[in-house]
Design a protein around this ligand. Sequence first.
Ligand SMILES: Cc1cc2nc3c(=O)[nH]c(=O)nc-3n(C[C@H](O)[C@H](O)[C@H](O)COP(=O)(O)O)c2cc1C
Length: 255
Amino acid sequence: MIMYFSASGNSRFVAERLAHTTGDELVCLNDRIKRHDTSELVSDVPFVLVCPIFAWRVPRIVAEHLSRTTLTGSREAYLLVTTCGSSGNAGAWAERDLRERGMTLLGWHTSYMLGDYVAFMQDPDVARAPAVNRRVADELEALAPLVRERRPLPTQEVTVLDRFMSRFANPFFYRHIIGRPGFHVTDACVGCGTCAAVCPLNDIGMHDGGDGHAVPAWGDDCTHCMACVHRCPTQAVEWRDVTVGKARYYNRGEM
Ligand SMILES: Cc1cc2nc3c(=O)[nH]c(=O)nc-3n(C[C@H](O)[C@H](O)[C@H](O)COP(=O)(O)O)c2cc1C
């Protein structure tokens, strides 16, 4: 079973490419988190978690959701993360979580995607997306047989800096950046409600904007995933003034 969480499509792309080769069942964790659905998941083959890196580890909303979900059947798992810079020592932290529930991490892998964290990084160079996806798809073709045969994945190098970022920068980032207010809409907003629909935490409510159309308002349960920013059809969602003028990107699997 391949479980994935994805805000801007990169991890969904990886999960779908892997499933295309392994034939594994796909489970979307965005939907389950949004519905508060922690019903049991059952798999006879190793569980594969595919998700973005948030602050050098598996996103907390994903780890917390899975900690409340009973995983039955296989006691083995893989972790495939997508990132645009560094995944730190995310594998070791995931391994620890799995060990606590009596499971074994068979391996972890980082796919380097088109950078789209526009709150902190530069414009995504959208023209490069097909080439990036092709490269990642080729990598996954090579990994898929290992996953199918429950073999270890090639070891990833983890530096002292990686360990530092996952251990110390992660809590700092969560405390000072993630969940901080700043999302708002510009006049380009048409009140369509896409942002509210794609928010995995149901943190965006649509309110009467006065002049006949609804406007979104963000609550205080945001995990900064940027789905609202990238999925807005009129590019009206901004985070502070940092995202202004930057391209938006949702990975639709273009190759
Ligand atoms: C809140 C947040 C934190 C992030 N932290 C990191 C990070 O520590 N290292 C990194 O390389 N990329 C980081 N990113 C970038 C994402 O991991 C990357 O864009 C990922 O491919 C997005 O996956 P998705 O399209 O499936 O949501 C972060 C993105 C977000 C939204």
